[in-house]
Design a protein around this ligand. Structure first.
Ligand code: TYM
Length: 330
């Protein structure tokens, strides 16, 4: 079986973008591939966090992995900090990544451009840690949303560089970015990505949103005055975003089919159909989320996941350290 690895950084509540762009793929692929899905808690602290909120988001993130259908019997689910090799290989990757490369990464660049001050060193070197997260496990594929593709490409570059310098250390992974749904946009401003750190709550549907609230957010999504359901991200960004959401939640129904189904109907009808699909998905996730929380299975899932991940990570770190000459070999 080919191996697949990805993670989510629970700096806030997971939303429709995290689900459609990432989590749903982990679930869809878990039969076909050997899936490693981790919770990137080291990455959370690159920006200041309130400890109590972070703790809650972490627990919710694990619970939502399961609630969305990841099966711990098939996929390896673990917390990044439970496998200490991430931090250690992260440091080594940092030493093999150029500042010029880190300077080009958009996340840091954007925050800097916005004039945000007191940005941490961790935020700057974060892509090197992400490279370690990936390369520890030799995955073939890394399913991510559009915004993370750049980091997977950096991972490839550093892997190739180190393989060249020290001999074959890492499998060079491919990013898997879906054609539809890899960049879900904010509902109230479809020129911006739907994001955990959104400026306001209206643009983002959280997986744990109350259904009435979720419906309202979809029904008041920004559209245009053209008035027919048509896929045209440039001129009909809002409607095109809703079409992506609808397609991803309805067995990847094609845009042509959606256009046909809603021909002659107004945006109100279409939004209602999108809202129904979203609420249907959320309702299933939320029911299962409650079951997961009351079952008390989280701890066991994480313990088992870490036990499966650790030996793989330890062997890789050891191989890397030996190749570099960092270990004394008798
Ligand atoms: P994070 O937590 O920001 O996002 C998790 C995943 O969700 C995708 N995503 C979206 N997809 C579509 N539309 C959106 N609006 C949207 N918002 C988020 C992201 O692209 C991502 O795939 N650095 C990563 C976490 C990470 C990681 C890794 C991922 C750490 N180490 C190793 C893969 C492999 C991050 O911050 O993702």
């Amino acid at each position: 079986k080919k191996r697949m690895l990805s993670g989510i950084k629970p700096t806030g509540q997971l939303h429709l973008g995290s689900y459609i762009g990432a989590l749903k793929h982990f679930v869809d692929y878990q039969d076909e591939y050997e899936v490693f899905a981790f919770i990137a808690n080291l990455h959370c602290i690159t920006v200041p966090q309130d400890p109590a909120t972070l703790q809650k988001n972490l627990r919710d993130c694990v619970a939502l992995y399961l609630a969305c259908g990841l099966d711990p019997k098939k996929a390896t689910i673990f917390l990044q900090t439970d496998v200490k090799e991430h931090a250690q290989l992260g440091y080594i990757m940092c030493c093999h990544t150029y500042m010029g490369e880190l300077n080009r990464m958009t996340q840091f660049k954007d925050k800097q451009a916005k004039g945000e001050t007191n940005l941490s060193g961790g935020l700057y070197t974060y892509p090197a840690l992400m490279a370690a997260d990936i390369l520890l496990y030799d995955p073939d594929y890394v399913p991510v949303g559009d915004d993370q593709k750049q980091h997977v490409e950096l991972t490839r570059d550093v892997a190739i560089r180190m393989n060249h310098r020290y001999g074959e250390l890492f499998r060079v992974p491919e990013p898997l970015v879906a054609k539809v749904g890899a960049r879900i946009m904010s509902l109230d401003d479809p020129t911006r990505k739907m994001s955990k750190s959104d400026h306001n709550d209206k643009g983002c549907v959280y997986l744990l949103d109350d259904l009435a609230k979720a419906k309202k957010k979809i029904m008041s999504a920004k559209t245009d005055s053209i008035g027919h359901v048509h896929f045209d991200p440039e001129n009909q960004a809002g409607v095109s975003n809703l079409m992506q959401i609808y397609s991803c939640l309805n067995d990847n129904e094609s845009f042509e089919q959606i256009e046909k189904d809603f021909e002659g109907k107004g945006y109100g009808d279409f939004k209602k159909a999108v809202a129904d699909s979203v609420c249907d998905t959320l309702s299933k996730i939320q029911t299962r989320y409650q079951e997961v929380l009351s079952s008390g299975e989280l701890e066991e899932v994480l313990t088992e996941g870490a036990a499966k991940a650790r030996p793989i990570a330890a062997a890789k770190l050891d191989k890397v350290q030996r190749a570099i000459g960092m270990e004394i070999i008798e």
